[in-house]
Design a protein around this ligand. Structure first.
Ligand SMILES: [Zn+2]
Length: 345
């Protein structure tokens, strides 16, 4: 079968690899219907040293179950499923507490560990019963793009909003205008935020942010951005900040725009050692929350809105390619020529 392999910074290839197959009795194999390239894939695409272990890429997919191991009970051949970016057993303490990303038997797709990558024709899924979410749709459903976002970006935007404790009537800010930030706008609005300020500067992304419910756009950076957000919020800043980038600069901005007693929900993988502005944040009683989104646990809540068309996170995909064009997709996202690339089989 064909699959995407990263060899080092800037060197991503689609190659012929051994077919995905059942290894353990709790596995399933899915044929990938839709996958996509994530902003987080761009970090290794930019930074991974060449010459070491290669990495199978991709952690977001909708698939059709092709085969199941003999201990798989809930998932069956022919099911159309969401593959969340983490696999989980669905039965440990953390899975029961709604945190499948901390599953004691779990792990992540597309990082080169036990599981492979989803930017491929097919994939072996460990712990299939706990991991896969069976959808009530067929293979050719028109809402496929929106459903695909439930494997990562929509759930991750929702997690940022939950971490930021967005509630009805609040003022919120979203740091980052990538696909997660844009889904964060959807999530903040869905949870009732009254004012949603997006910090971003790319025209296409800003247009989509407004369509999703952003009320204000701040295109300044650094201290000027903080100043502008404070101006827009009566001088105090926002109750809730969704930090969707992960850089030191983005977190610094998040800590600068949050008001006393407010919260920052961070979902961008941190590329900083220590949380910036810790001392002023302490004196202002700011909560910092977040981490990898337990997207599997959020599907029950978000799926009805997707199926009914009340939210349209599938609009973050502005380019659709075939598997063989994946290297072009990485280049397009890296150069910001595309918000998010979908790979259709
Ligand atoms: Zn578990």
């Amino acid at each position: 079968m064909r699959a995407t392999i990263l060899y080092g910074a800037g060197d991503v290839r689609v190659e012929t690899v051994p077919d995905a197959a059942i290894v353990k009795p709790t596995d399933a194999v899915i044929r990938i219907l839709r996958a996509c390239i994530c902003g987080s894939d761009l970090w290794p695409y930019k930074e991974m040293p060449a010459g070491g272990a290669v990495r199978p890429m991709g952690h977001e997919a909708i698939g059709v179950v092709e085969d199941v191991g003999r201990e798989v009970r809930k998932v069956k051949r022919g099911d159309v499923v969401i593959m969340p970016f983490a696999y989980s057993d669905g039965s440990c303490d953390f899975c029961h507490e709604g945190l499948p990303t901390s599953c004691v038997h779990g792990g992540f797709f597309g990082v080169g560990g036990e599981a492979g990558g989803a930017q491929a024709e097919a994939l072996r899924v460990p712990l299939a019963d706990g991991t896969l979410y069976v959808l009530p749709v067929g293979e050719d459903d028109a809402r496929m793009a929106a459903l695909l976002t439930l494997s990562d970006v929509m759930g991750t935007g929702h997690h940022a909003a939950r971490g930021a404790r967005v509630a009805r009537g609040m003022k919120a800010a979203v740091v980052g205008d990538g696909a997660v930030g844009l889904c964060g706008v959807i999530a903040a609005r869905r949870l009732g935020a009254e004012q949603i300020i997006v910090l971003g500067r790319h025209a296409d992304r800003i247009a989509l942010a407004k369509a999703f419910g952003a009320t204000d756009i701040v295109s300044e950076r650094g201290a000027a951005a903080i100043e502008r957000v404070r101006e827009l919020t009566g001088g105090f800043g926002v109750h809730a900040v969704l930090e969707c980038v992960g850089s030191d600069q983005a977190m610094r901005t998040a800590m600068g725009v949050v008001r006393p007693g407010g919260a920052v929900g961070r979902v961008g993988v941190p590329h900083y050692e220590a949380i910036p502005e810790a001392l002023p944040a302490f004196y202002r009683n700011v909560t910092v929350s977040g981490g990898p989104a337990p997207v599997r646990a959020y599907v029950d809540e978000l799926l009805p809105d997707v199926l009914a068309g009340r939210i349209e996170p599938g609009r973050v995909f502005d380019r659709v390619i075939g598997l063989e064009q994946v290297p072009d997709g990485y280049r397009a996202m890296d150069a910001r020529r595309s918000i998010k690339v979908m790979i259709a089989s």
